[in-house]
Design a protein around this ligand. Structure first.
Ligand SMILES: [Mg+2]
Length: 391
């Protein structure tokens, strides 16, 4: 029997819930976490939301629409601590926990040996109750056969939602939902789909034929259709996997079509990431660049060095060829990202070029410190240290 083994959990009004756990007398009030002076609301209670407060909203406006709003300042360190306590409890259930953000993540119950959907439901209900009993944090859960559907399900009946989608019923489950519930369909896209193409519910989308979908979504139409049918085969990536890479991405304010601009941004990410890798005492071997078009189709290309390094120079010559390989369609881009993986401990490694590398590393370390002190980035490590490659 196919089991719904993928769980998405999403804490409800997380920052506010953390504050309410410490100040239970405020439960049931219109309250929000946010800065007062020129600040924005970063989390609002459901009572405040009913009054028209949402996130992110300028605090001044929130106080206008909801004059009796109780404004709570950010408590430094609190949310991260509660987040760790929340995910630690999840890890008592399964080792496969993906911490997506401070208050949101996935569990894969595959290795737990459950035999029936009822067993899974009971265990997740117990976890939901435990998070409330121990931490006073309300959390919504979506349980399904894949990440995409579990995530949509968890957001459907907040707060303290609990939605199970039996495997095989994904398309049926999504069909009656507004198309805006699908990831990647923002408010503007949702409005445009409704006005121009009569697509309001997910079922209106899946009812379109191939040529209609092509006309509406362009080359990304297959991905869009797969999403609307609830198809997804992404794996839950555990914390350990995450720790094994360093990445950075940039979403352009406008779509960019000039190669030098894209290359400059990608090289800037190399300059940002390697100092972090050095600071962690790590070395990396593989660089992957990813580009994304406005229709969410994306392409990635990577290459590995012969040995791991913590220097910029060996990666610089790879940036342009990898971008060229990924950017085949030559259409304007929305996003570019750089990721380093194949992480090794710096200390554990012996290499032939240890001496030259050591000099470069010392110099790079000095530059990192200079940059940390807030001086403008006068020197780009890679450009300065380039010359000969260290291996
Ligand atoms: Mg949340």
């Amino acid at each position: 029997m196919l089991l719904p083994t993928i769980v998405h959990l999403d804490a409800d009004a997380f920052f506010v819930s953390c504050e309410l756990a410490l100040k239970p007398e405020l439960r049931g009030t219109k309250c929000a976490v946010g800065g007062r002076e020129r600040g924005i609301i970063s989390s609002a209670s459901y009572e405040a939301r009913a009054c028209g407060v949402y996130t992110p909203m300028p605090t001044a406006r929130a106080l206008k629409v909801c004059p009796d709003l109780i404004l709570l300042p950010h408590t430094s360190g609190l949310y991260g601590k509660v987040s760790r306590q929340m995910f630690d409890r999840c890890e008592t259930l399964t080792p496969l926990v993906q911490r997506n953000s401070i208050d949101e993540g996935y569990l894969d119950l595959g290795p737990c040996g459950f035999h029936t959907p009822a067993e899974i439901e009971a265990r997740i209900r117990a976890l939901q109750q435990r998070l409330w009993d121990d931490l006073r944090i309300p959390v919504s859960f979506g349980i399904a056969a894949n990440k995409l559907v579990a995530q949509i399900a968890s957001k459907l009946r907040k707060p303290r939602g609990f939605v199970v989608v039996p495997p095989g019923t994904e398309a049926e489950f999504l069909a009656p939902l507004p198309v805006g519930k699908l990831p990647g369909v923002g408010a503007k896209t949702e409005a445009a789909l409704g006005e121009r193409h009569g697509i309001r519910l997910v079922r209106d989308l899946t009812a379109k034929n191939e040529s209609e979908l092509k006309a509406i979504f362009g080359p990304g139409w297959r991905e869009m259709l797969a999403v609307a049918r609830g198809q997804d085969d992404r794996a839950v990536e555990t914390e350990r996997d995450d720790a094994k890479s360093y990445s950075q991405q940039e979403t352009f304010a406008r779509d960019v079509a000039e190669f030098p601009e894209i290359e400059r941004v990608a090289k800037g990410m190399v300059d940002e990431l390697l100092p972090k890798i050095r600071a962690d005492g790590k070395r990396v071997r593989t660089m992957t660049v990813k580009i994304r078009y406005p229709d969410f189709t994306q392409e990635a290309h990577g290459r590995s060095l012969e040995s791991a390094t913590d220097l910029e120079a060996p990666f610089y010559p790879l940036v342009a060829p990898l971008l060229q390989a990924a950017w085949k369609k030559r259409r304007p881009l929305r996003l570019v990202s750089v990721r380093f993986s194949g992480v090794e401990d710096g200390s554990a490694q012996l290499e032939m070029f240890a001496q030259t590398d050591e000099k470069r590393r010392r110099l790079a370390g000095v530059l990192d410190k200079l940059n940390d002190r807030g001086r403008s980035r006068v020197v780009r490590h890679g450009h300065q240290l380039g010359g000969k490659e260290g291996g």
